[in-house]
Design a protein around this ligand. Structure first.
Ligand SMILES: Cc1cc2nc3c(=O)[nH]c(=O)nc-3n(C[C@H](O)[C@H](O)[C@H](O)COP(=O)(O)OP(=O)(O)OC[C@H]3O[C@@H](n4cnc5c(N)ncnc54)[C@H](O)[C@@H]3O)c2cc1C
Length: 522
């Protein structure tokens, strides 16, 4: 560990946030946009916790209706179209086919659920539910013949979850927030109504102290560990860690819709078209008591997911078909439900004011509701913040970086990139349009040829993009770039990924600058 160094103790932030997942970044963005001074520390990379391991649905959660979670479903349904409109480059509408199966949920129950789904959450842009004749419609073709004849098709949205987090952090920084990644909060202390957070740089071991009037614990699965690092803070609520795993296989079918398959154990499994050439299958639900950073898809889970979709698909899926797996841990509020699948997905706040200094801890939540969660967090903290009420609700109308375009304009943006940069292949331009939206031009600058984009790392990743991700989006390693800023890891070989790390090391050795140089305003 490096020398212990106290940073300037003069500055007192209005708000310090521990955790750079979707919830921490969402609160940082909203608070900064309302005029508060904001500090956020993330111990690893942004979205390296649960927020990049989700099923990536911006959805109401049809199955939560069975648990009478009407408040959550309504809020989430309303958020679908709000989020789509502020980030149409990284969020897209997706139709889900629900094949009906005698012996599972009865048709009347599905019809009722889908009716509520269509009507309780302000659906204006997304198309409504329809019934499908699976014997005639193309969505019936990949299914086992003659077994599934009727189904329903309904709307939700799909999001690049890790990019949602990074763009939210980028917007927060553009509005003045200080975002420090690779910075672990190792101790929290309060005195004289002020929080002092000791932050350790995980690359150098250097420590510094940050002061704030209000502290938010958005540590996700680590929420209780963050509380344990503080004296005099008593956690009343408990977190329930529930593992969910996914598998990725080569594209299973040609059409662009997803499936929602009901299992005989009462659970549901999604099969979703993913990254053009793949299908994403998930998820599982099982209690987890290990280190959240070490969670991995188990052999049984992989088999369970393969078996679940093979109950429906004409061409069965087996573990040998799996090209990638990932797993995450849901940091759910422990409501005492007996089964993991039944534990509430709603969020709960716990507000403590030891010695008068407020600390808000977050339990549960969903990617879908992160913007509303941030608004509610700031409402709870309003008595302690100078500018909590100012610009209330602004995040619903203000696009995320690159998202300042109409929901229907993404294909046109892609075509415009090909016209402006004719050396890009349509697939390359499309990837950049979906990742960076209107900021893709900023990344490409005045390039006139592929050579102008510098070293090519494979799968359309170039030095220009790597530099952009490092200087604007806090990327520090190849893993950040190929598994969170993009999913190019699905297309790059281990040697190609290692070459990116080599380039990063050489680049930094040559520049003499520290790895963490993003920040500032763009
Ligand atoms: C399998 C699965 C599927 C899901 N599917 C969906 C879905 O389809 N749609 C949906 O809406 N939601 C979904 N969710 C839920 C959603 O992913 C989570 O609710 C959400 O990502 C939680 O975000 P968070 O910011 O609270 O936690 P995290 O993303 O885990 O963020 C917490 C961050 O805090 C950091 N941290 C912890 N301790 C410290 C410290 N001491 N110092 C500094 N940093 C620290 C961690 O490194 C981490 O990055 C799913 C979840 C799982 C697991």
């Amino acid at each position: 560990m490096g020398e212990r160094r106290e940073a300037s103790l003069d500055r007192i932030f209005d708000l310090a946030i521990i955790g750079g997942g979707v919830n921490g970044c969402g609160i940082a963005r909203d608070a900064a946009g309302r005029g508060n001074s904001v500090f956020l520390c993330e111990m690893n990379d942004l979205a390296s916790g649960t927020s990049s391991w989700s099923t990536k649905l911006v959805h109401g959660g049809l199955r939560y209706l069975e648990y009478y979670e009407f408040r959550l479903v309504r809020e989430a349904l309303i958020e679908r179209e709000i989020l789509w409109q502020i980030a149409p480059h990284i969020i897209r509408p997706l139709r889900f086919v629900l094949p009906h199966h005698d012996g599972l949920r009865p048709t009347w129950l599905l019809r009722l659920g889908l009716f509520l789904y269509d009507h309780i959450g302000g659906r204006n842009l997304l198309p409504p539910t329809r019934t499908v004749d699976l014997t005639r419609d193309e969505v019936g073709k990949p299914l086992i013949p003659n077994r599934y004849t009727r189904g329903f098709e309904y709307s939700d949205c799909f999001v690049d979850d890790a990019r949602l987090v990074v763009l939210t952090a980028r917007d927060a920084a553009d509005r003045g927030a200080e975002i420090r990644t690779r910075s672990r909060a190792v101790e929290i202390k309060q005195g004289d109504g002020i929080w002092r957070v000791t932050v350790e740089n995980t690359f150098s071991g250097e420590r510094s102290t940050v002061q704030a009037r209000v502290l938010v614990n958005a540590g996700g699965p680590w929420v209780e560990q963050v509380l344990a690092s503080g004296a005099g803070v008593n956690a009343r609520a408990k977190v329930r860690l529930v593992q969910g795993s996914h598998i990725v296989v080569r594209k299973l079918y040609a059409h662009d819709r997803a499936y929602m398959f009901q299992n005989s154990d009462g659970r549901i499994v999604f099969a979703i078209p993913y990254q053009d050439d793949f299908t994403l299958i998930g998820t599982t639900d099982r209690d987890y008591d290990g280190d959240p950073a070490k969670v991995k898809a188990s052999t049984e889970e992989i088999k369970y997911l393969c078996d679940s979709v093979s109950e429906y698909l004409a061409k069965p899926v087996s573990p040998e078909d799996v090209v990638w797996t990932y797993a995450g841990v849901r940091p759910l509020y422990d409501d005492g439900a007996s089964e993991a699948k039944a534990a509430t997905r709603d969020y709960v706040f716990e507000l403590d004011t030891p010695g008068g200094a407020p600390l808000l801890s977050i339990y549960g939540g969903k990617i879908t509701t992160y913007r509303r969660l941030a608004e509610e967090a700031l409402e709870r903290l309003a008595p302690y913040l100078r500018s909590a009420k100012a610009r209330e609700g602004w995040t619903a109308k203000s696009p995320l970086p690159g998202g300042d375009l109409d929901v229907s304009a993404i294909a046109a943006l892609s075509a415009e990139l090909v016209r402006g940069y004719p050396f890009l292949s349509p697939a390359h331009a499309n990837r950049l349009a979906h990742a960076y939206g209107t900021r893709a031009g900023k990344l490409l600058g005045n390039a006139k040829s592929m050579a102008d984009l510098g070293q090519a790392f494979g799968a359309t990743l170039t030095e220009r993009e790597v530099r952009y991700l490092m200087s604007v989006e806090w990327a520090c390693t190849a893993e950040d770039i190929v598994w969170r800023r993009s999913k190019l890891g699905l297309r790059l070989s281990p040697a190609e990924i290692a070459a990116i790390d080599d380039w990063i090391s050489a680049h930094h050795a040559a520049s003499g600058r520290p790895l963490l140089e993003a920040g500032g305003r763009t």
